[in-house]
Design a protein around this ligand. Structure first.
Ligand SMILES: NC(=O)c1ccc[n+]([C@@H]2O[C@H](COP(=O)([O-])OP(=O)(O)OC[C@H]3O[C@@H](n4cnc5c(N)ncnc54)[C@H](OP(=O)(O)O)[C@@H]3O)[C@@H](O)[C@H]2O)c1
Length: 278
């Protein structure tokens, strides 16, 4: 199936990988310079002019700490932007892939979160991403809401930060009491394209397999890099940030396993591929 696809946020970390994996499909790459999703008139005109089969919506207000003092800014992008896209998709008969986050949960569950678990966002970012999900559900039936976490790819991310910090710092202090699953944009983009081949609309968790703390993630980066770096585990309270991070935000890809049957790779395997190429 060859699809005509619009990619929002095409210059972001995930947008770039979605563009790279476009393959046989006809892609219209819409970075912020091409399409500001918060502009309803522009979104309507763009989608009506191009009439894609689907929109892969990778644009978002992702500055978690800044959002705490810029609620309207985050709302405009994460909620109104999603509303604009969903409404235009409805009008032209297109499907929508809405990318969301583990921050919709409060991180207090000790087991991996499943798709139908109750949300309880603790931050402005998490709340606006949840509201973005909800507005898509209300407007457009043919949606795939794909929640991911701890994403890294071609952009600013934890792996690049650790590699940079390793030169010139004898000891790195990394948080050990937040647990999640590092996820490569390669794996996430792959699953998005698989979902688009199906009509299995709904809400999905899509992270790599396994779990670790940020400290364990850092140790694994240096182990695979064969670098001797002293990493010291520390507590979240030693690194106060404006936005609260969920302590335990491991996601269970239950819906993916039950529909398209793709559990995704282990986080260590995906990391190995990334480190070899980045
Ligand atoms: N990164 C993570 O760890 C993580 C974890 C869970 C979920 N997610 C979700 O995954 C998705 C992709 O994240 P990412 O890591 O690729 O983020 P990213 O690198 O920050 O990319 C987001 C892109 O959206 C663009 N954008 C912001 N406002 C816009 C607007 N009004 N109109 C059009 N484009 C706009 C940004 O452009 P500018 O650079 O010009 O602002 C940026 O290119 C997002 O939905 C995010 O919430 C990310």
């Amino acid at each position: 199936m060859i699809l005509k696809l619009v990619v929002t946020g095409a210059n972001g970390q995930l947008g770039r990988e979605v563009a790279r994996q476009g393959g046989k499909h006809e892609l219209l790459l819409a970075g912020r310079d091409v399409l500001d999703i918060s502009n309803r008139v522009a979104v309507t005109a763009f989608l009506k002019a191009h009439k894609p089969d689907a929109v892969i919506h990778c644009a978002a207000y992702t500055q978690v700490d800044r959002a705490e003092t810029d609620e309207n800014g985050a709302f405009l992008v994460n909620v109104i932007g999603s509303q604009n896209l969903a409404a235009s998709c409805l009008e032209i008969g297109a499907r929508l892939v809405q990318v969301s986050t583990d921050y919709v949960f409060d991180g207090t569950k000790r087991q991996p979160y499943r798709e139908f678990d109750a949300v309880n966002p603790q931050t402005v970012y998490g709340r606006t991403k949840w509201q973005g999900e909800e507005i898509v559900r209300q407007i457009l039936g043919r949606h795939y809401i794909v929640r991911t976490a701890w994403l890294y790819g071609d952009g600013n991310n934890f792996v690049r930060t650790m590699r940079k910090l390793a030169t010139g710092n004898p000891v790195l202090k990394v948080v050990h009491d937040q647990v999640g699953t590092p996820t490569s944009t390669v794996d996430l983009a792959r699953v998005i394209y698989k979902l688009l081949e199906s009509d299995a609309y709904g809400t999905y968790h899509a992270t790599c397999q396994g779990q670790c703390s940020w400290y364990e993630f850092a140790c694994e980066i240096f182990r695979q890099d064969r670098k001797r770096v002293l990493v010291e585990p520390v507590l979240t309270e030693q690194f106060p940030r404006p936005a609260k991070r969920p302590a335990h935000s491991v996601l269970d890809n239950h819906m993916l396993k039950m529909t398209i049957g793709d559990p995704m790779r282990s986080w260590q395997e995906a990391l190995q591929e990334y480190l070899a190429q980045d």
